[in-house]
Design a protein around this ligand. Structure first.
Ligand code: C5P
Length: 414
């Protein structure tokens, strides 16, 4: 991918302030970047900054006498291996959907044969608008790739889907996972991660679930991808966008998650159970909505299958890592689970009272058969990378030990 020529179209949304970083990351991965601004993008990011980071003058004018044969749009359209529009406002998406070409960026999009990738960014109510959604469908039908948007806090003070996908995730989506500089033990391996909560139906409208946001599992998935692994993310229902270049399988109940895990388990080298799987499900799911009455109601609950234990119990099992979320006696419970569930490692964290679930930060303690390590309070993305590193190290040491055990048996056969 090195040397890829990317036209970065920037339209007028607040997320444009992140584009100098996007340019920097693309260049770091070896791409040549030519920034093209719309008129309103200049309200949010300066040409000087973009020129400094991209190393070439920023283009914005359709009537550019300096361009080859005074046709900047044709020159850029031919030059590009890829046109990336980030952030893409509702306005630019509507122009693309219409095939309209009032400025340099939209004109070159019509003139190019290169693939076009769009990273929308707008207020979440705008994003939900049926006009915007219709345009989005039109773009997808024309093979324009839509990245995101991500869910979360917005510049307008509201929250929801509409944030531009983070620059590092855009880069991973278009250029693939980062090359692995330190040849992680996970490079080329298949890593399966469960993440998020499960939902256990009571009737067609109600369910039992928990506060898991999926952030920890998703961060581990992104970190494993960056370590060069092929990642299978088996996710419960969450409100966050899966990391780019990660195969994500969505499930709802523990039973569905169990089936999805076992469906692909033979491919897996390392299994990480980060999901907060419900321990019980309603013994009989009602086909119609339960009606309230004056009397109290009891629910009969049955145990769900333990996905992690079932993986660890396989004969030819992957390296298996579990999580233990506890409100007390962390160490004792975690070590108990490591043994009972026959795990290779366990990541333990305290939950409740403003800790663990739904938060962006966490602190954990990791235990394995002959070691342990504390990871102090950090952002879950940072923690994800630290956990992937230590999981890779332990995985490698077990692989190495197995190789040593096998060798004498081979030479002893002479
Ligand atoms: O036994 P406990 O639920 O505390 O164990 C937590 C660990 O087991 C987590 O790694 C979780 O993903 C996994 N688990 C599972 N299936 C269940 C319950 C827990 O995979 N039904």
């Amino acid at each position: 991918m090195s040397g890829q020529k990317i036209v970065l179209g920037i339209s007028g949304g607040i997320a444009a302030y992140k584009t100098p970083e996007l340019v920097r990351l693309l260049k770091k991965r070896g791409a040549e970047v030519q920034a093209v601004l719309t008129r309103s993008a200049k309200e949010f990011v300066t040409e000087t900054t973009l020129q400094a980071v991209s190393g070439s003058p920023v283009r914005e004018n359709l009537w550019d006498k300096e361009a080859e044969a005074a046709m900047g749009h044709i020159e850029l359209a031919r030059w590009a291996d890829l046109v990336l529009i980030a952030p893409a406002t509702a306005e630019i998406m509507s122009r693309l959907a219409l095939g309209a070409a009032p400025d340099l960026l939209t004109t070159l999009c019509l003139a190019t044969e290169a693939p076009i990738v769009v990273a929308p960014a707008m207020n979440h109510i705008m994003w939900a608008d049926s006009g915007v959604q219709d345009n989005c469908r039109v773009l997808k039908q024309r093979d324009i790739r839509i990245l995101g948007p991500a869910v979360g806090d917005q510049a307008c003070g509201e929250s929801g889907p509409g944030r531009m996908v983070e620059p590092e995730d855009i880069v991973a989506a278009i250029m693939g996972p980062k090359a692995v500089p330190d040849v992680s033990a996970l490079a080329g391996k298949v890593v399966m991660i469960t993440a998020g909560p499960t939902r256990e139906a009571i009737d067609p409208v109600r369910y039992i679930s928990n506060r898991s946001s999926g952030k920890m599992g998703y961060a581990i998935a992104a970190a494993a991808r960056d370590a060069g692994a092929k990642v299978l993310l088996v996710s419960g229902p969450v409100n966050i966008v899966p990391p780019a270049a990660v195969e994500t399988i969505f499930t709802e109940s523990a039973k569905e998650m169990f089936a999805a895990v076992h469906d692909r388990l033979t491919e897996v080298d390392v299994f990480i159970g980060a999901a907060a799987v419900a321990d019980y499900h309603s013994a009989s799911v009602q086909t119609h909505k339960l009606k309230k009455s004056e009397s109290d109601l009891s629910l009969d609950l049955s145990r769900t299958p333990d996905i992690l234990a079932s993986v660890a119990g396989q004969q030819d099992r992957p390296f298996t890592v579990g999580f233990a979320a506890e409100t007390q006696n962390l160490r004792e419970y975690a070590l108990g689970k490591l043994k009972e569930k026959n795990l290779d490692m366990i990541v333990a964290n305290l939950v409740g009272a403003n800790q663990g679930f739904e938060k962006d930060r966490n602190s954990v303690e990791v235990f394995w058969q002959d070691g342990e390590k504390v990871f102090p309070d950090s952002d879950k993305k940072v923690l994800g990378r630290q956990l992937v590193k230590i999981i890779g190290e332990q995985y490698k040491s077990i692989q190495d030990a197995q190789t040593v055990q096998i060798q004498p048996a081979i030479s002893g056969g002479d």
